[in-house]
Design a protein. Structure first.
Length: 238
């Protein structure tokens, strides 16, 4: 695979988390209103399921359009050589979360982003936006060959605020395991999650950009993705 500037790879994910509010409840602990009104009921194994999930084995949530999947890059990062900061966002994505309230470690998710939907939002120079977007799609992501970016969980471990997950992240045909800490707030009808994770472009066979006079302009190997996910209940409880 050709070594291409990582800055564009970051674009590709524009996929879907922001800092978690300090007052958020414990992982999958329901909304604040749920927590205040109803006490959680522990199951036989001692795990306290969120209020409203009594007698429910699992719930399927579907990623909502209000979710935000994007990558923010700065002058010292991916787009440093371009002299501007950029925000890239995914316009077309889908995903499902299967939540087991009484056995949260069994929960899992998958997210798919259409590479053709990735758009550069800033700077306001429309000519540059078109140029960078085109380069991202044709030179970095090769969207004619790689149509999707995927994230699928392999391992899930409950934490104080949500989950620590190991996800299989697929980019330009390369799949690598990525650790992700996710803050989660689960309600009966809506699940909200926030997270950030990093990848190294070199792990996906991409050579970090280096150019300018004497190679003085460099692009960092690490890329950070931010996700703010909202998922709504897709079907009845099982």
């Amino acid at each position: 695979m050709r070594g291409t500037p990582l800055f564009r790879i970051a674009l590709l994910l524009a996929l879907p988390l922001a800092p978690v509010r300090a007052q958020q409840p414990n992982p999958l602990g329901g909304t604040q209103a749920d927590t205040a009104k109803t006490q959680r009921q522990p199951n036989a194994a001692g795990h306290q399921a969120p209020a409203g999930f009594e007698g429910v084995d699992s719930v399927v949530y579907r990623l909502a359009p209000s979710s935000r999947l994007e990558v923010k890059t700065g002058k010292a990062g991916l787009f440093g050589f371009a002299g501007h900061s950029h925000v890239i966002r995914a316009r077309a994505f889908s995903g499902d979360v299967v939540y087991y309230p009484h056995a949260p470690a069994r929960s899992h998710l998958q997210v798919t982003v259409s590479t053709d939907s990735l758009e550069v939002l800033t700077p306001p120079d429309t000519a540059e936006i078109r140029k960078v977007t085109e380069a991202m799609r044709t030179e970095t992501l090769h969207t004619d060959q790689y149509h999707e970016i995927r994230l699928i969980t392999k391992e899930v471990t409950p934490t104080a605020n949500g989950f620590h997950m190991i996800g299989a992240f697929t980019l330009v045909g390369q799949t690598r395991d990525v650790p992700i800490d996710v803050s989660v707030e689960a309600g009966v009808d809506t699940l909200r999650a926030e997270a950030t994770f990093e990848i190294k472009q070199t792990d996906f066979g991409i050579k970090p950009f280096r150019g300018g006079p004497g190679g003085t302009v460099k692009v960092a190997d690490r890329v950070t993705f931010t996700i703010e996910a909202v998922a709504v209940r897709a079907d009845g409880a099982k």
